[in-house]
Design a protein around this ligand. Structure first.
Ligand SMILES: NC(=O)c1ccc[n+]([C@@H]2O[C@H](COP(=O)([O-])OP(=O)(O)OC[C@H]3O[C@@H](n4cnc5c(N)ncnc54)[C@H](O)[C@@H]3O)[C@@H](O)[C@H]2O)c1
Ligand SMILES: O=P(O)(O)OC[C@H](O)CO
Length: 337
């Protein structure tokens, strides 16, 4: 396919490399002309993926009209809270028959929109032109060509299969799914749970605590997802438990790392400063995921606790008492408890 990746952060760059390695004609859009120049001449993106040699065939531009002209696949690789603002600028230059693929794992704070909903609102495109990609995909590991898999979700299965073909590289195996809601909710919710796991690790807790947070994090993700119409099996797959395990366990995760800094005693501002401008989506999305849960009458205690730490000055140490002091319950998956 003739593809463009709009956004040159760590995941956008890794995805552009996958698309080239899978045999597509690919360009990237970078906001900063000097970054586009670096990719074109030095074949490296030092700010986000230092040390990774990018394919010679991968080009970059900083002009939006030039980036989008004649593209069949437009990959949206900017953070979720900035997608609306970016897409609004891209809109008039999008080919009418393009397929838009979202990489962002978040829920918009101002509207509660998932990314596919936001894309539909801004572009007016048909659902069959809107897809999402999500899975256990830490950018650096994939840029190093470590084997991994992902999910491409679109309500139109044939479109999902077309994108699947475009992403099939020797080290990257895409699966398809028509459950866009489940795929998106899995990606957004796991960032919040990864913050909680990081906090636990930062406080010095071990694997029992981590496994408990991952498992109960999955339980609340399933409750929210199914309340929104997701298929529970999506959340049992790569875009659910798969991504949850990778993100909650890996020191490469920005969300887990952010949480760990808080658990070690850093303030929110100090943890933010340490990200070097890279997005930890869960810090913002804990607000919108919590709002969605409340709107749908779904209990999400871990998300609530992370929200209170990030936005209501709850001390990380007090989070433990808040979670363990809840009333006792049976362990049931899919129920509203
Ligand atoms: N990095 C990963 O391992 C990874 C993997 C899977 C999914 N994701 C998701 O992909 C999305 C993009 O992540 P990333 O890792 O590439 O992010 P990043 O922070 O590394 O880069 C963000 C990119 O978006 C650009 N951008 C454009 N408008 C922006 C704005 N208004 N504010 C901030 N940045 C703006 C930045 O210049 C930068 O090129 C996120 O939703 C993230 O959760 C990331
Ligand atoms: O670095 P994070 O925490 O944004 O996570 C990256 C990916 O979403 C993992 O699949």
């Amino acid at each position: 396919m003739r593809a463009v990746v709009m956004g040159s952060g760590s995941w956008g760059t890794a995805v552009a490399k996958i698309l080239v390695d899978a045999g597509n004609e690919v360009t990237m859009w970078a906001r900063r002309p000097e970054l586009a120049e670096q990719i074109n001449t030095e074949h490296e993106n030092r700010d986000y993926l230092a040390g990774i040699r990018l394919p010679d065939a991968l080009t970059a531009v900083s002009s939006i009209p030039e980036a989008l002209a004649g593209r069949e696949l437009v990959v949206c690789a900017v953070p979720s809270q900035s997608l609306r603002e970016n897409l609004t600028q891209w809109r008039e230059h999008l080919p009418d028959d393009a397929i838009l693929l979202s990489l962002a794992k978040g829920v918009e704070i101002s509207t509660g929109d998932r990314m596919s909903q936001l894309i539909k609102e801004v572009t007016g495109f048909d659902d069959s032109q809107i897809a999402v990609l999500s899975g256990p995909n830490l950018a650096r590991e994939i840029a190093e060509e470590q084997p991994a898999a992902t999910v491409i979700a679109c309500t139109d299965e044939a479109v999902a299969q077309r994108i699947q073909q475009a992403f099939a590289a020797p080290y990257f195996r895409p699966y398809t799914n028509t459950d866009v809601v489940g795929t998106e909710i899995g990606g957004a919710a796991k960032n919040v749970i990864a913050l909680a796991c990081g906090m636990a690790a930062g406080m010095g807790f071990g694997e029992n605590t981590l496994a408990t947070l991952i498992t109960r994090g999955l339980a609340e993700t399933i409750r929210l997802g199914t309340a929104l119409g997701a298929d529970i099996t999506t959340l049992a797959g790569l875009a659910g438990i798969g991504d949850l395990v990778a993100t909650c366990s890996s020191p490469l995760s920005r969300n887990r790392t952010f949480g760990a800094r808080l658990g070690e005693g850093a303030s929110l501002e100090e943890a933010q400063a340490a990200t070097n401008g890279q997005v930890a989506e869960g810090v913002k999305s804990c607000r919108s995921v919590r709002a969605l849960a409340r709107e749908h009458g779904v209990e999400m205690p871990l998300t609530e606790a992370v929200y209170q730490v990030c936005h209501q000055d709850l001390a990380v140490a007090d989070m433990v008492g808040m979670l363990l002091g809840r009333t006792t319950k049976p362990e049931v998956y899919g129920a509203q408890q």
